[in-house]
Design a protein around this ligand. Sequence first.
Ligand code: SAM
Length: 517
Amino acid sequence: METEATTSRGPNRKQFNNSRGGEKKRRKVKKAKSNIGDGSAEEVLLIDVKNLLSRAHGGEGAGREENLGGRLAGKEKILPEKFSTIELTIHELGSNGDGLAYSSNKDHIYVVPFTLPGDVVESKIYAHLEDHSLTDLLKVVTPSASRNDSLIRCKYFANCGGCQFQMLSYAEQLIHKRRVVEKAYENLSGLDPAVVPEIGPTWGSPLQYGYRTKLTPHFDGPRKGGWPVGAKPPAIGFQKKGQRYVIDIEDCPIGTPALREGLVRQREWARENIHTYKRGATLLLRESTIRTPKDGGIEGEYTAERICVTDHKETITEYIGQFKFISPAGTFFQNNNSILDEFTTFVRDNLHLPISNANGSLKETTPKYLVDAYCGSGLFSITCGNAFDKVIGVDISPEGIVFASKNAELNNIQNASFLEGNAEKIFEKIDFPGSETSVIIDPPRKGSDKAFLNQLLDLAPKRIVYISCNVHTQARDLGYFLTHEKGVGYKIDSIRGFDFFPQTHHVESVAVLTKVI
Ligand SMILES: C[S@@+](CC[C@H](N)C(=O)[O-])C[C@H]1O[C@@H](n2cnc3c(N)ncnc32)[C@H](O)[C@@H]1O
């Protein structure tokens, strides 16, 4: 869609290559370049920007190999002044969840949060970078056909940095997230598109509000020393979009009902006790479930009470289908219980290997051994453990390992053991034959590292299920793995997103690989 950019002040001629401003911007871009391959929000935005500019000028789009800080050759850029108001038509939704608009001559991109393709908006520029500018949304002048503001359930939406998509139907959120996964593999894997299967539809969350089982509101500290007694309490909530300060948030409708009630209580408590804090702090709200057998003790029938726990060290309980998990409130556990039964079933089913019998009929076999790398408190070892002879989970967190063992015991999983250690050294201690082994990889956002992937290549497991909360580092890691000489025998069977965080731009991605040669 053609975009008109108009400003409330006269245009300001900027020649990046000759001005001192240009020097400053080059330094910023240099910093951004060092992020290449880290899957950070900055890198993902730079790739979206480059691709849009490249498409406007007849190119195919920019991948990881291109110079992200490159200029459109020989063109002099005219940009509006910082803090001026500009009217824009949003062209595309970027992978970070912000709208992206062209400048009028399509040599620059404006990033506008809380917008959708087709929205005509007024926004205020607050930062110019080399090929794009960051802006705050001021108002929607003409809404996109996709915008439905009556869907918005939170009074802080378009201020709070937490949610991006409350004005978008859930079906369209899922379609957008599928495209995010596609783009990650196009831009960051370096893989021949022929080896990347069609990305599957995003698996929706049963709950689209009231799903988050952990919230961490915070407050900023006083300028000097502590809070004087009787001081006005600070804002307690979440970060304002695009800013470093916290805005006061009294309610968060993506939190579970127990956490929403807990938020009211914790805010009140923090406000009353603010003088005991010397600095800013983060409050913890974590859901825990207490199940009591129903009257008459009919097996499998319970009443469930959900409570909000605020002490990091307190043990919380969570149920997933038939499984029970305990963990310290302050440690990692997946944050959307409503999707976990379906999700762990999907993972379990995909650790199996469909093969044909001699007569050609399809039979499911399972490798005998499972390695659960980055196992946390044992979510996958326990929900998938029964399908294997032996399971080994590894995690760097000693607490994770203690609770993984406790959870195995609670669920009567007798074939699983857990090792505390760095995932990159895991295979030194495991003697499973690769041809009979499945491996789950579920690293933090930064992804795996080469040391881990090299060991995985040496083990050569039959089946790999790579689960990631950052599809960009997943695509990077699988690009490395599959283009390595030892990785060429692998085929990607499927890739699809799971929507653990409705209303936000986040997407969990699961890739399934089989060793075929
Ligand atoms: C995304 S969480 C996944 C946990 C678990 N699979 C689950 O779903 O509950 C990532 C886990 O990786 C662990 N971790 C981070 N770096 C690690 C490393 N270098 N080696 C092993 N584990 C690591 C963290 O302690 C955390 O438990």
